[in-house]
Design a binder for this molecule. Sequence first.
Ligand SMILES: Nc1nc2c(ncn2[C@@H]2O[C@H](COP(=O)(O)OP(=O)(O)OP(=O)(O)O)[C@@H](O)[C@H]2O)c(=O)[nH]1
Ligand SMILES: [Mg+2]
Ligand SMILES: [Zn+2]
Length: 302
Amino acid sequence: MLGVVAKSTGSWYEVWLDDKTKISCRLRGIFRLQKSSLTNPVAVGDRVNVDITNREEAVITEIESRKNYLLRKATKASSQFQIVASNIDQAIIIATDVAPRTSTGFIDRFLVTCSLYDIDPIIVFNKVDLIEDFSSLEEKVQTYTQAGYLVLMTSFIEELLNSELTALLTDKTTLLFGHSGVGKSTLLNRLIPGAMQDVGDISNQHQKGKHTTTFAQMFEDQFGNRIIDTPGVKEFGLEEMEPWTLGHCFNEFKKYIPGCKYNTCIHKDEPKCAIMAAFANGHISEFRYANYLNMLDDVLNT
Ligand SMILES: Nc1nc2c(ncn2[C@@H]2O[C@H](COP(=O)(O)OP(=O)(O)OP(=O)(O)O)[C@@H](O)[C@H]2O)c(=O)[nH]1
Ligand SMILES: [Mg+2]
Ligand SMILES: [Zn+2]
């Protein structure tokens, strides 16, 4: 019988079968033996075939090909990747300016990855209740909005949840992404009170989260909207790609790229580069171009 993987602990999997029942499954050994650059053969969101001849010992026998997935490097130096989740419609990166701080470099890596995998990204700046000076946040919000990204400012501890945010979840499978301690599980609990995900403190000393959520898990609200809570990610490596394709993953670069003299231009020091011209004229923001060059270095060195 077919179903979707809602939870994976590495040794067993919770599958929501198409007949609406939920079942614990193991994985047929063969999947684990297959050599691959992935650390997890089955991920939350995977459509799977389950042998339920014996319901007490159900086994995942087949994984359907994935519409898309979000990958993260196991560690920065590693050549192995982990699938965070698959078959998602959109991903929300929850970013905070304080407690903990999320850099634009981290946000931009997320945006590039979404672009590569055809996942609609949403940027949510959370914990605005803690902010005293909004000038730096407003600059970021303006830059990303002008670049064509969907950006919201929120506080999950406030009484009313941002209605624009809740409306975005309708009929979708949405992945929550971000550093530890930004409020992913807090948001999930507010959207789906029955979920009862653990929520952690922020350490006083480092203003960082404590990795309260330890594996990805999918939840469904009363309307059938699905949300995937994930463990906090510290750093975010990029996959191998052709260096000239990176610029195409920056929304606001796209309209200028056809103006570059070379179609394999990497917008670094080539003659007649339209991106460098747009940057010099103030049409591309400093931090976005700096983050681009930083990622380009990574791509050139992998
Ligand atoms: N001030 C403030 N605190 C918040 C807000 N949202 C969440 N928090 C707090 O931030 C802390 C961490 O929240 P979590 O929801 O556990 O964070 P998480 O992203 O799930 O973290 P991991 O599971 O470790 O990845 C908790 O103490 C929350 O109460 C907010 O909008 N404002
Ligand atoms: Mg959490
Ligand atoms: Zn160029």
